[in-house]
Design a protein around this ligand. Structure first.
Ligand code: UN1
Length: 511
């Protein structure tokens, strides 16, 4: 029996607590919401997996209110106790890794190892957050006034709205919800409507952990569209922070609404990530990295490589290697262990792929490999290489598909300028054995992105670093390093333990 036989799929879904029809509303308890029933489709077959009942506007209010009330209790739990709840959540995810990884594959079409990798990313986040729960450090300062002490402390911020995209249907929730939880903040999750079952399954695992710990409802869920959940959540003053992942268009509209009420956002929006390959680079290494970053996840990561900048001296060699490697990519059922590339998420994504290639041709691009939609059920396309000329407008746009634009360059200055000429600024990489070129790429005159790698592709970042990017990518940072600070409020405290009242800056105000 294979992992995708109908009976093994239905037992995996049952172990995750999923039924044929599931509620998409959790506010400490599941309730039957009043919105539409949507069938989640397997993009590899176009067949329904199971259905989810979405929320209506009144249901949003119930979930939002429960999240706001949970904050009052949760913020008083000591941070290491909050960490213990997240530790148990990590254990729950370890137990369900196989099944949840399979669900990611079924619902969004990631290949098996990437589906499992995504659950591993959640587990890594849980481990990170547990450690963090004992390390929410503030600084202490030396006061300029005698017999005074100054320090800063970090308090929980409040309920957090978490809006996630289909392409990382579970890991991005973990980046936010687990950090928020140890920081003392409950979350209300609006997942992508393309991946509702993943969200229900994760929330069920979280529900068990919350119950076992008598914890308030800090992991809530409202599955709906931008009218029933996205818009009211962005405008909701009870949520001081909205963390949103998705397109630049989506981020721009959410950003405006949250800014208008002077709330905070963490925005992780479009990427248009480039790899530079210099003269003398290790081309075997570069080739492998480009394949994973451009073809992996069918080009549907924010961090997918979309532009390849080749030094003239190695350009024709590298193009030949790429064409050969692209022709050997195994496209097909993502649950099959030998498959390297699964489907796009839906018919609209196939249409976007087709249109982008048509525009690329009109703007002077030449297809080196691929360019076709596959004639089979599901949403499959060929990974595609396009020889591009600098400043073709389409190469400044993010198309969520496996299209790689290949450029040639003469000097490093020219390559860096071309690399930085797009509106997005998420991830970037250079393949080189020349330490001067590598350091230049990482310097203030180098890559303008939030992530810059040397001899590593643009995708597949570890959770330990802060994840996010500049320019139209939105400026937010999530996951590791000190990203947690966005989920807390900093309080600067000055204590006078003397009997005098000296004023700062030497000001006198004596009566
Ligand atoms: C995304 O595509 O939105 O670095 C996130 C990576 C993953 C996260 C991608 N760890 O590719």
């Amino acid at each position: 029996m294979t992992v995708t036989s109908p009976s093994s799929i239905s037992s995996a879904l049952a172990r995750l607590g999923l039924a044929e029809e599931n509620s998409g509303a959790f506010a400490g308890a599941w309730f039957e919401p009043s919105g539409k029933v949507v069938h989640s489709l397997n993009p590899a077959t176009g067949e329904p997996i199971a259905a989810v009942h979405e929320v209506g506007r009144e249901d949003y209010e119930r979930v939002a209110q429960a999240t706001a009330e949970a904050f009052d209790a949760w913020k008083r739990w000591p941070a290491p106790r909050r960490g213990e709840v997240v530790r148990q959540l990590g254990e729950g995810l370890r137990r369900h890794k196989e099944d949840l990884g399979l669900l990611v594959t079924l619902e969004v079409g990631k290949i098996r190892s990437e589906g499992l990798g995504e659950v591993q990313e959640m587990i890594d986040m849980a481990d990170f957050a547990v450690g963090l729960s004992r390390q929410l450090y503030g600084l202490s300062m030396h006061s300029e006034r005698p017999l005074h002490r100054m320090y800063e402390q970090w308090h929980p911020l409040g309920p957090v709205g978490v809006i996630t995209a289909f392409n990382f249907p579970v890991a991005v929730w973990a980046w936010n919800a687990m950090i928020a939880a140890v920081c003392g903040d409950p979350t209300l999750w609006k997942p992508s409507e393309q991946a509702p079952l993943c969200a229900v399954a994760v929330t069920k695992i979280a529900e068990q952990v919350l119950r076992a710990n008598d914890a308030p409802p800090i992991f809530n869920l409202a599955i709906g569209d931008r009218h029933t959940v996205g818009a009211p959540l962005s405008a909701d003053r009870r949520f001081p922070l909205i963390s949103a992942t998705g397109s630049t268009t989506m981020g721009r509209s959410i950003g405006k609404v949250v800014a208008d009420r002077l709330g905070r956002t963490i925005l992780e929006l479009g990427g248009n990530n480039g790899i530079l390959v210099t003269e003398g680079a290790d081309l075997d290494l570069a080739l492998r990295a480009v394949l994973f970053a451009a073809v992996g996840t069918a080009g549907q990561r924010c961090t997918s490589t979309r532009r390849l900048l080749l030094h003239r001296s190695i350009a024709s060699d590298m193009k030949q290697r790429l064409v050969k490697a692209y022709s050997s990519i195994r496209i097909g059922d993502p649950a099959e262990p030998s498959t390297l590339m699964g489907p796009l998420i839906h018919a609209r994504a196939v249409e976007d792929y087709r249109k982008a290639l048509e525009v690329a041709r009109q703007q002077g691009g030449r297809i080196l490999y691929g360019g076709n939609v596959l004639d089979r059920p599901g949403f499959f396309v060929e990974p595609t290489l396009v020889e591009a000329v600098p400043h073709m407008p389409i190469t400044c746009e993010e198309t969520f598909a496996p299209i790689l634009y290949v450029f040639e360059y003469e000097t490093l200055d020219e390559a860096i300028a071309l690399h930085n000429s797009v509106p997005q600024g998420l991830s970037s990489a250079i393949f080189t054995l020349d330490m001067r070129a590598a350091e230049r790429f990482l310097s203030v005159d180098g890559s303008d992105c939030g992530i810059a790698n040397v001899n590593i592709g643009t995708s597949g970042a570890e959770i330990g670093g802060a994840f996010g990017g500049e320019k139209e990518t939105g400026g937010g940072r999530e996951a590791g390093s000190d990203s947690w600070k966005a989920y807390m409020r900093r309080q600067t405290c000055t204590i006078n333990y003397g009997t005098d009242l000296p004023l700062a800056q030497g000001v006198h105000f004596d009566v």
